[in-house]
Design a protein around this ligand. Structure first.
Ligand code: 3HB
Ligand code: PYR
Length: 332
């Protein structure tokens, strides 16, 4: 009997103004709307969040070039091809989020284990009123971190989380999207000039955030290029916010952080034999806290990013009050 080795499907994605998003078969999508849209409940594996009115709206779609199988477990919707699964879910608005977040992450890992896609590649968490407080007086972002950390501790995964974005959006509750892989081996990468988030000191909250600064996915076949998924990155050196009150300097420092993170010298520390520069960024989502800062951030980014990089500027809150801008993206 002969067996043929099937090529691993390539995970691809693109971003368009939300009105122009086509309806090609997809694993899932993330849509950022600048106004509430009463018609847009979340379709299966299509997460919609409301951002501030002064930035852009956009849809990022994720496709795999082959048929997907859809399903639902514990309220989490998924769409899977052979190699990748895209999941979305929501926690409804409530007085506090730690317990619901704990349960949500437990359910996600149960689902991924049952489906056979145990390797997380990318996670997004969109939190309503992220800098507001719970009924117990804890900041909502910190309360979310407590629930996530408890779930991961139980699973022995405190240090194993991939590239992640946590951003504040309008409305209440938390929207989640995740991508996991069946066989490819993602490599989680830290930034040499930032301490790992799971080692942040307690002044940032009772439980540290759990995420890696980037996740590298090797090429599907010999000779190709891999992809570096870059977490929400901000103007942090060590564990400290730098350039408080100066949005231009925060934007520049953020891009320097990304450059150091995905460059060949840093990736070599993980045995990765390639590297990326800012010129390899294919797409970024730039989250800007204050409407009036958007033009300045756009100016910095258009100077430092290549014209080939699709950039969208979204008005949204960042997890720390003194952070004015956060940038995520992918390089390939
Ligand atoms: O996973 C997180 O807690 C996190 C924290 C900061 C920025 C970000 O995009 C994500
Ligand atoms: C972005 C951010 O808050 C962090 O890296 O911790």
């Amino acid at each position: 009997m002969t067996s043929s080795v099937q090529p691993i499907p390539v995970l691809s994605s693109r971003i368009l103004p939300s009105s122009a998003a086509g309806d090609a078969p997809r694993l899932g999508s993330l849509t950022y709307l600048t106004a509430p849209d009463p018609r847009s409940g979340d379709a299966p594996t299509e997460l919609t969040v409301e951002v501030g009115p002064h930035g852009e709206s956009a849809t990022e779609t994720w496709t795999a070039g082959e048929p997907v199988l859809r399903g639902e477990y514990a309220g989490i919707r998924y769409a899977a091809c052979r190699e990748f699964v895209f999941c979305t879910g929501r926690i409804e608005e409530g007085g506090a989020y730690a317990d619901a977040t704990h349960r949500f992450y437990e359910d996600v890992f149960t689902l991924l284990a049952r489906l056979g896609y145990p390797r997380l590649v990318r996670v997004w968490n969109y939190i309503g009123d992220i800098n507001g407080v719970t009924s117990q007086g804890q900041e909502i972002y910190r309360d979310f971190c407590v629930g996530r950390s408890h779930a991961l501790e139980q699973l022995g995964m405190l240090h194993g989380m991939p590239a992640t974005t946590v951003i504040g959006v309008r409305g209440g509750g938390i929207g989640f999207a995740m991508i996991a892989a069946r066989t490819v081996e993602p490599v989680n990468v830290e930034n040499p000039r930032q301490i790992p988030a799971y080692r942040y000191p307690p002044r940032y909250g009772p439980r540290s955030p759990n995420f890696s600064r980037a996740t590298y996915v090797p090429p599907p076949g010999a000779g190709g290029r891999g992809t570096a998924y870059v977490s929400g990155t901000a103007s942090i050196i060590g564990h400290e916010t730098v350039h408080v009150g100066d949005v231009r300097a925060q934007a520049r420092t953020t891009l320097e952080n990304i450059e150091l993170l995905i460059g060949a010298p840093n990736l070599a520390r993980y045995g990765i034999g390639e590297g990326f520069g800012l010129e390899d960024l294919r797409r970024v989502k730039v989250y800007v806290r204050h409407a009036e800062d958007i033009p300045a951030v756009q100016a910095v980014c258009s100077r430092l990013l290549p014209p080939s990089c699709a950039a969208v500027y979204l008005q949204a809150d960042v997890c720390r009050r003194d952070l004015l801008v956060e940038i995520e993206g992918l390089a390939a």
